[in-house]
Design a protein around this ligand. Structure first.
Ligand SMILES: [Fe+2]
Length: 280
């Protein structure tokens, strides 16, 4: 502020948009940002919403897509996270339905056996759900390379006194690449039950912090294998890999379109703005 003209000591700055609990940074021009659609909705993280959440983060040694693949196959939960999340083994056997829409996909399991006994629900909620009779669904949505979210939803047939008509949790995962082998990872666990129960928020926070450390160990081992293992493996897909393979196809398609846009500026989208800024 003491000088009208500065020597070249400035740092580059980027436009930012705050939405709910998140700050989204657009690494191109403000003009280009204004032409973009709003960032994906995250209603579970909005102030005043009917949700309470716990959150955590870490730097992962691993390419971001390994985390995305991890989230595309939740059959690992009753195995890798057995001690942390207490999902029944039968969760992994429930059939997976996959739906693809443009660059997004979702997959779900209907009525996984004993899903209501998951460690994410307090005992009284599990019992209220069981007593009422219910339909349950576990869903995961790949929204963009930066955002995957998913959760469990229970709709009660005949909710008793004090029970809610629905019980739901959402786990929201954000990834930002640091390099091709390191990733910033943020996660939120949001719930629509026992909103004022701070002890439950603390318990869930401990549960997800411990549980997502288990993912870190598994993913880092996969990254090391990609880098060091020289065996010539044959790729084998299991049924539960269908969402992962579909997600990889979506990402490959996005990369291909971006490369095409670079080659022919006439068809370029706002992504070109990033290129221009980088060139400047
Ligand atoms: Fe996991």
């Amino acid at each position: 502020p003491s000088m009208v003209k500065c020597p070249r000591i400035a740092i580059r700055h980027y436009p930012m948009r705050v939405q709910g609990a998140l700050a989204w940074v657009w690494m191109g021009s403000e003009e280009a940002m204004l032409r973009l659609p709003a960032p994906p909705a995250t209603p579970w993280l909005e102030a005043g919403a009917d949700w309470a959440y716990a959150t955590g983060h870490y730097d992962l040694f691993g390419n971001w897509i390994l985390m995305a693949e991890n989230l595309m196959d939740l059959t690992h939960i009753p195995f890798l996270h057995q001690a942390s999340f207490n999902f029944p083994k039968a969760f992994a056997q429930a059939p997976v339905k996959l739906e693809i829409s443009g660059d997004r996909l979702s997959y779900y399991r209907d009525n996984p056996p004993n899903y209501q006994r998951s460690g994410f629900l307090p005992t009284e909620a599990s019992e209220a759900i069981e007593a009422a009779g219910f339909q349950a669904r576990s869903t995961v949505r790949f929204v963009s390379p930066a955002l995957t979210h998913g959760g469990g939803r229970f709709v009660l047939d005949r909710p008793g006194a004090g029970a809610q008509p629905t019980y739901e949790w959402q786990v929201i995962h954000f990834t930002t690449p640091i390099t091709d082998r390191e990733t910033k990872y943020w996660y939120f666990f949001a719930r629509n039950y026992s909103l004022d129960d701070r002890a439950l928020t603390e318990k869930l926070k401990t549960m997800i912090v411990n549980g997502f450390e288990e993912d870190r160990v598994a993913i880092e081992l996969v990254q090391v294998m990609h880098e060091k293992d020289t065996h010539d493996y044959r790729e084998v897909h299991f049924k539960s890999d269908a969402p992962s393979v579909a997600m990889r196809r979506i990402v490959a398609g996005m990369a291909r379109r971006e490369a095409e846009a670079r080659r022919s500026p006439a068809n370029a989208s706002s992504i070109d703005q990033i290129e221009q800024i980088a060139a400047e």
